[in-house]
Design a protein around this ligand. Structure first.
Ligand SMILES: Cc1ncc(COP(=O)(O)O)c(C=O)c1O
Length: 224
């Protein structure tokens, strides 16, 4: 499929922007990762791969990158000069150092271990507090994509603000109000914090389910 996709893009004269930011965050040992899309475009003229240290390494590290053919990179660099004032040098040096010394692999391995623990904690807490919510346990990445048992994800996000848990609603990840019955739960915390988050989510669900949140202004993404 990836080869066919790249071939189709090439013959249509377009480029693919491939976001593989989560690529390294496979959490289970037996996950077999497919080859990266750019493997089917070695020259880098059809596939632009984007990645970010903010997911694989640490959210505070605001450094991303693009892999593409040198002339594509040159035009991106010159276009970017008009759009911002530059990228912080110290952080670039830190990432550069990590990648050159092998520290990157070590750091990502630590990150995978934390994400695995946090995932397991959040999965257990949500199953306990909200047994009617459905999700597949993800084998990678940093989030649970949860079907909220018929409750509006937009209303849950609003109610969550009231009870002290902030969650992005499904429609933020779709167009035209798609995914209203979902929320995205990042597993960036574990232990008792994950437990507390699930307790508060259950309180938000209670508010939404009882209609107590109905008076609240629905966000623009809400679809009745
Ligand atoms: C798949 C994916 N790519 C890219 C980004 C953006 O990363 P950054 O933190 O570097 O802006 C996100 C952020 O949630 C993401 O989920």
């Amino acid at each position: 499929q990836r080869r066919a996709l790249v071939d189709a893009a090439r013959s249509a004269g377009t480029v693919l922007v491939v976001d593989e930011t989560m690529n390294e965050l496979h959490l289970d040992d037996d996950v077999e990762m497919p080859r990266r899309v750019c493997a089917f475009d070695p020259a880098g003229s059809t596939v632009l791969t984007v990645g970010s240290a903010s997911k694989a390494f640490w959210a505070g590290m605001r450094i991303g990158w693009v892999r593409a053919a040198p002339d594509v990179i040159r035009s991106l660099v010159s276009a970017r000069a008009y759009a911002d004032m530059g990228t912080p040098v110290l952080e670039q040096l830190a990432i550069n150092w990590l990648m050159r010394t092998g520290g990157w692999e070590e750091a990502v391995e630590i990150r995978r271990g934390q994400a695995r623990e946090n995932r397991d904690a959040l999965v257990a807490a949500v199953r306990r507090e909200l047994p009617e919510w459905e999700f597949e346990v993800p084998r990678g990445g940093l989030t649970l994509w949860v079907r909220t048992g018929g409750l509006s994800g937009s209303r849950l996000a609003v109610a969550g603000e009231r009870v002290g848990v902030r969650v992005p609603s499904g429609p933020r990840f779709g167009v035209d109000g798609a995914f209203e019955g979902y929320v995205r739960l990042p597993f960036t915390v574990g232990g008792p914090v994950a437990d507390e988050a699930a307790v508060r989510l259950a309180a938000a669900a209670q508010l939404v389910g009882s209609g107590a949140s109905a008076g609240a202004e629905a966000p623009r993404t809400f679809v009745a």
